[in-house]
Design a protein around this ligand. Sequence first.
Ligand SMILES: Nc1nc2c(ncn2[C@@H]2O[C@H](COP(=O)(O)OP(=O)(O)OP(=O)(O)O)[C@@H](O)[C@H]2O)c(=O)[nH]1
Ligand SMILES: [Mg+2]
Length: 213
Amino acid sequence: MPSINHDDHTVSFKIVYCGTPLSGKTSNLQQIHAKLDPNGCSDLVSLSTAQDRTLFFDFLAIEADALPGYKTTFHLYTVPGQVTYNATLQLVLRQADGVVFVADSQMDRQRDNLQSLQSLEANLRMNGSSIDRLPIVLQYNKRDLPNAAPVEYLEYLFNNRPTPFLSFESDARTGRNVLATLNAISQAVLHQFRLRTSPEDAPNELPTEALAA
Ligand SMILES: Nc1nc2c(ncn2[C@@H]2O[C@H](COP(=O)(O)OP(=O)(O)OP(=O)(O)O)[C@@H](O)[C@H]2O)c(=O)[nH]1
Ligand SMILES: [Mg+2]
C-alpha cells in the first residue's frame, strides 16, 4: 500500500527483495546504490553479521520522477533468506507494493529456491495479500557461474503460470540486469497504483485517463 501525502506532495512505494539464502539480494541493493546518482539515493543501511549475512534487512530509498507533481520515492528492502528469520520476512513484507524474487541459478539450489518461493506465497497470504495480485518480478541471479541451470528449466520451475512474471537473468556481483530488474518492478508497481487508485485518493495532478485505466 503506497503512502501518499497530499500536503508535501510525496508518494512512496515499498519494494521487497526476497529469495533463498545467499541468492544475491543484498548485492542487488549494493549495485543499485553504486550505480545511481547519489543525489537521488539515500545511504544503504545494512544490518549484517560478521560473515555479511543479512541479519534483519537492508534498506535503500531512491527518488524518481514518476508521478507528475509528486515527489516519488521507492523504498527498497531486502530480507534475510535464512528460514530462522521468517518473522522478519513477514514483518518486512507487510504493506509491500511489489516483490523481486531473487533466485540462485545454481543447479543445486533449486530445492531451496522453491521452498523460498513457497514461503513467500505463505507469508503474503498471512498478510492478506497474494502472489497473484502483487506485482512480482523474477530474477535468475548468478548466471555467470558454470553450474547455472538452463533458464528454460528455471522458467518451468518458477514461472509456469497462466500469466508469467517478468523475469531477468542477472549477475548481481557485476550489476548485469540489476537496474533492468529494478526498472521492471517499479513500472509494475506504478501500473498497479494507477489501476487501483480512486480519483479521490489520487494525486491531483495525475491524468484522469490513468486513473480510469
Ligand atoms: N558469482 C556470483 N556471485 C554472486 C552474485 N550475486 C551475489 N553473489 C555473491 O553471493 C554471495 C551472497 O550474496 P548476498 O548479496 O550477500 O546474498 P543475500 O541474498 O543477500 O544473502 P542473505 O542475506 O544471507 O540471504 C556474496 O559472496 C556475493 O558476492 C552473482 O550474480 N554471481
Ligand atoms: Mg542479504
